[in-house]
Design a protein around this ligand. Structure first.
Ligand SMILES: Nc1nc2c(c(=O)[nH]1)N[C@H]1C(S)=C(S)[C@@H](COP(=O)(O)OP(=O)(O)OC[C@H]3O[C@@H](n4cnc5c(=O)[nH]c(N)nc54)[C@H](O)[C@@H]3O)O[C@H]1N2
Ligand SMILES: Nc1nc2c(c(=O)[nH]1)N[C@H]1C(S)=C(S)[C@@H](COP(=O)(O)OP(=O)(O)OC[C@H]3O[C@@H](n4cnc5c(=O)[nH]c(N)nc54)[C@H](O)[C@@H]3O)O[C@H]1N2
Ligand code: SF4
Ligand SMILES: [Mo]
Length: 748
């Protein structure tokens, strides 16, 4: 029989590598194997060495150890026991991170686009040649249009190194798709309510919660490690899980209540829950009267939003809505309405996130044990260099006064600023792209194509030949995270700590770490004074010494905790401050009102699929991260392509068979390039189909991923922009099936 623990595929350490190398009993846990090795090693009989790292397979950044044998071969990555992000256990992707290093499809040398006999092609170049080319072009563009007209698109660790370079060059147009394509709206929703955003990792106190409400958040498939572990423990402790999802997700299967909501109607449910909490007097009255502003207005506002009203919109029974609201109230304040992470769904996402924030306020969960804790962090000073020049304009100026609540730059708007248009007040002419695969990440491919065509320079720093590298003028191969130093990880958590990433092996091929590439390019641009060190280890050692550690110490321990007496919860004596205009939790938002937005969240009906079409929804698989792992040899073994979830009613209407390959066509007539396998299941509503994001690669350099599965990104041509912060709502697209003449074998 399956136990509840099974659902968490975060292994207590997979065994593969080390056990095989050692020829040891597979009965041992990974940790035991490693301990055994260490013992042998200390006795001089074995050969494994370990190096501290933190994982780059996703952005949870679990700290771990890379084990290398005496032939210099990486044999295993395991979690660091002292790391609160992972508690010594990596997820399947983290364990499989080794495949990023060994992938023979990796980028091996710098490449420059040239005109060949059959059109444009890449030629291999030396680092000197490639960086000279980039520096020359950057200078030319800066001379013509100003340094601000070069933008950096980044995600993950390389970003900080190139961000430093770009700021030294004179541009602050630095953008990551993790804002306007991911969590931006929830940051705005929470900031407008509590005065601060959620941030990452989320300070959700799942460890101690009595009730966790997941609205679309599919933890368990969304494999953010610490959260998954805490949720698993919470389930074992008997905490109630309530999952709102049109799909019977893994989380739903572990829940006391599954609310199979009609997609795009969550706002109605949230308003009805507020109604029940207020009109049944279930909210935290002391907390609200002490800390909140605007309760009377909220009470009046939600008066009409009864569960019966919401039933007509969400298809959820009024009883279920009441029952779940009462369950939350019974657990209050140890209850979490999870803010979610990828929340760019329908264009009114900041307001939906605000409704979630308001519900948390009504339940008194912000700043409470089992709700949201107050974060701790260790401040790490930046290595001192000359002050950056002040740019003449920044990403904010490209918005022309729109999206006033965007706190970080908005990738889609910098793309707009790259496409020639008389509406543009500020223009972008060059991009450096480091660690983001824009063609699979950004919705609206037409826009992206236009931007690619207009660019005077596109430099891509990546580890793999991805779709984005195909559009580059210059491709710069970065070493994988196992081969390089990077910045210290000093994220927030219940404790303050830092983690080190150090190289376990020399970089393969001619790849180089981002810090090296940025520094060399900086020197060629005449910005050497911003890089007054030879090796990044000097920067790290200096930083660590400022906080009472050293590189030497961190090489031994990997993760260091620092005492931080700040209380985690209100009940521990922390009097919270809310940096909002009223200094209180704003149930009624004066700031939103000031900008002309709804001060209280309002339900808006979103378009419905036309006849014969189904809403396209998407999510994660536990063994893959976006598009970045689809070629990873270890992870391909676990899942090689995505499948299309189809309800049996729909399957029978279309005469679809399980395992049959189909293509998808959207409301604008756009068809997926490749076919995907039908999976007929009751676990999805009949009005929607579901697919895992990150497949359907069309870059042939990805020999394992090319042509495998369908890409949701290709179908997202209708984008609903969030008027508050510019986020791209991506779930308003509808698809139908293309059944005839489907080729399943992709030509090589
Ligand atoms: N259709 C659709 N679009 C989405 C999403 C979705 O679910 N569906 N999700 C959205 C969300 S939540 C997010 S956060 C974004 C994520 O979007 P991205 O961050 O763009 O994610 P990936 O597609 O994994 O692209 C990562 C790129 O970084 C490269 N890379 C990996 N490691 C390294 C490294 O160490 N150094 C360098 N230089 N490069 C490296 C990979 O090879 C790959 O090209 O996408 C958003 N877009
Ligand atoms: N394994 C793995 N884990 C990851 C990642 C990864 O690539 N791989 N990426 C990480 C990142 S950057 C992010 S942002 C997170 C994203 O993960 P989450 O924030 O947890 O999830 P979302 O992508 O917003 O939503 C996916 C879920 O929403 C449901 N859904 C679709 N439409 C609706 C709707 O209208 N209402 C409701 N209530 N539900 C709906 C889908 O059925 C699906 O279960 O995952 C993180 N964790
Ligand atoms: S959750 Fe998994 S993939 Fe993400 S950082 Fe941790 S081990 Fe790596
Ligand atoms: Mo994300």
């Amino acid at each position: 029989m399956k136990t509840r623990r099974d659902f968490i595929k975060i292994s207590a350490l997979g065994l593969g590598g080390v056990a095989a190398v050692a020829g040891m009993s597979k009965m041992m846990t990974g940790q035991k194997v490693v301990d055994e090795f260490l013992k042998l090693s200390q006795e001089g009989k074995s050969f494994l060495k370990r190096y501290p790292t933190y994982c780059e397979v996703c952005f949870w950044k679990c700290a771990g150890w890379t084990y290398v044998d005496d032939a210099g071969k990486i044999v295993k990555i395991i979690g660091n026991d002292d790391d609160p992000h992972c508690n010594g256990r990596l997820c399947p992707r983290g364990t499989g991170g080794i495949g990023m290093y060994y992938d023979e499809d990796r980028l091996k040398k710098p490449l420059i686009r040239v005109e060949g006999s059959e059109g444009q092609t890449f030629k291999e170049a030396s680092w000197d040649e490639a960086l000279d080319y980039v520096a020359k072009k950057m200078k030319e563009i800066a001379q013509k249009h100003g340094p601000e007209s070069i933008a950096l698109f980044n995600h993950g660790s390389p970003g900080h190194h190139f961000g430093h370079l770009l700021k030294a060059f004179g541009s602050s147009n630095i953008v990551a798709p993790s804002y306007a394509q991911c969590r931006g709206p929830r940051e705005v929703g929470f900031e407008m309510t509590f005065g601060v955003g959620v941030g990452a990792p989320e300070p959700t106190d799942i460890r101690d919660t009595r009730c966790l409400v997941l609205i679309g958040s599919h933890i368990g498939e969304n494999m953010h490690n610490g959260q998954v572990q805490e949720m698993s423990d919470a389930i074992d402790r008997g905490a109630t899980i309530i999952t709102v999802d049109p799909r019977f997700s893994t989380a739903a299967s572990k829940s006391k209540f599954w609310l199979p909501i009609k997609p795009a109607t969550d706002m109605a449910l949230l308003l009805a829950w507020m109604h029940v909490l207020i009109y049944e007097n279930l909210y935290d009255r002391d907390y609200i009267s002490k800390y909140a502003d605007g309760f009377d207005e909220l009470k009046e506002h939600v008066r009409p939003f009864t569960p019966e009203w919401a039933y007509g919109i969400t298809t959820l029974s009024p009883d279920l809505i009441r029952q779940t609201a009462r369950e939350m109230a019974a657990a209050s304040p140890s209850v979490i309405i999870h803010p979610g992470r990828h929340v760019t769904w329908y264009g009114d996402d900041s307001q939906r996130s605000r409704a979630i924030a308001i519900l948390n306020a009504l339940l008194g969960s912000w700043g409470r044990r089992g709700g949201f804790y107050f974060k701790r962090a260790q401040n790490v000073p930046e290595y001192p260099t000359e002050e950056y020049p002040k740019p003449a304009w920044s990403w904010k100026d490209t918005h022309n006064g729109k999206y006033p609540l965007a706190r970080l730059s908005v990738a889609n708007l910098l793309i707009d600023a790259t496409i020639p248009s008389p509406d543009n007040t500020h223009e972008i002419y060059g991009w450096i792209v480091a660690g983001t695969n824009l063609p699979l990440t950004m919705p609206d491919k037409q826009k992206l194509k236009k931007a690619f065509e207009a660019l005077e320079l596109l430099v891509v720093v990546d580890t793999m030949p991805m779709e984005i590298t195909g559009y580059a003028d210059v491709v710069l191969p970065e070493s994988t995270y196992l081969e390089r130093y990077d910045d210290l990880r000093n994220e927030t958590h219940r404790e303050a700590f830092v983690a080190l990433r150090a190289p376990a092996v020399e970089p393969m091929y001619e790849s180089k770490p981002a810090w090296w590439i940025a520094r060399e390019l900086g020197i060629k641009l005449g910005l050497g004074r911003y890089f007054p060190w030879k090796d990044y280890s000097e920067v790290l050692d200096w930083q660590l010494k400022q906080i009472g550690s050293s590189l030497e110490e961190m090489m031994e321990i990997g993760v260091k905790k620092f005492p931080n007496p700040a209380p985690l919860y209100i009940e521990d004596g922390h009097e919270p401050t809310f940096p909002t205009p009223t200094g209180k939790i704003e149930l009624y938002s004066h700031e939103l009102e000031h900008y002309g937005f709804d001060p209280l969240p309002v339900y808006t009906a979103h378009p419905e699929p036309p006849e014969g079409f189904y809403r396209l929804i998407y999510g994660r698989a536990p063994m893959h991260t976006f598009s970045r792992t689809a070629n990873n040899p270890n992870l391909v073994d676990l899942m090689k392509e995505n499948a299309l979830w189809v309800n049996p009613r729909v399957a029978s209407l279309w005469n679809l068979k399980n395992g049959q390959y189909v293509k998808l066509k959207n409301q604008d007539g756009v068809e997926t390039r490749f076919a995907t396998k039908v999976r007929i299941t009751e676990r999805i509503r009949w009005d929607s189909v579901y697919i895992v994001h990150g497949f359907g690669h069309h870059e042939k350099g990805l020999t394992r991923a090319y042509g495998r599965g369908a890409s949701d990104s290709e179908l997202i041509t209708n984008v609903q922009i969030d008027p508050l912060m510019g986020g791209t709502g991506m779930r308003g697209n509808f698809v139908t099936f293309v059944i005839d003449n489907i080729k399943t074998e992709v030509e090589s």
